[in-house]
Design a protein around this ligand. Sequence first.
Ligand SMILES: Cc1cc2nc3c(=O)[nH]c(=O)nc-3n(C[C@H](O)[C@H](O)[C@H](O)COP(=O)(O)O)c2cc1C
Length: 176
Amino acid sequence: MANLTKFSEGDGKGKGIAEIYAAAAQKIGPDDVKKIADYTDLPVIVKGIESPEDALYAIGAGASGVYVSNHGGRQLNGGPASFDVLEDVAKAVNGRVPIIFDSGVRRGSDAFKALASGADLVAMGRPVIYGLALGGAQGVQSVFEHLGDELKITMQLAGTKTIADVKKTHLLNIQY
Ligand SMILES: Cc1cc2nc3c(=O)[nH]c(=O)nc-3n(C[C@H](O)[C@H](O)[C@H](O)COP(=O)(O)O)c2cc1C
């Protein structure tokens, strides 16, 4: 934190969530990503990417990875589902940087579909929190074990031995 204090304003004490949001940048662009990438030797991953254009902006600004994801609680509910944009983002990124995906992953088959649609790494948010609330550390472990078992079953049923095989799987997009 000591390195970051020069960028902070005020002491942040006694602020409610609305005040914190109001004080935060409302529009974060490539210049901000570049500033952070120049500032740190750590890999900078841009989260909340929902379009091929934004993925390309992020890479152009120095991002080491793009994170296709919803943005949490303060964005429009009417935005596209992250899964629906994943394939187009992956085509645009074209292997230049790793793609992380989350939003709505609940089963091993969801992780399988995300990998087959271009994700290199699949993450989860709420299931882990639910596991924590219900069973503490053991609950979290059980969520990951369950998802891993489901992913293995899906891989067996699809005839895919490795994650590399899964990533080569072609998903059908049938509109009923
Ligand atoms: C309580 C809560 C707060 C979150 N806050 C943020 C946030 O501030 N910024 C952000 O990018 N994502 C935020 N997220 C989204 C998560 O980082 C993650 O992308 C999402 O939970 C994954 O989807 P899933 O919960 O369906 O697995 C939040 C999620 C939850 C449940």
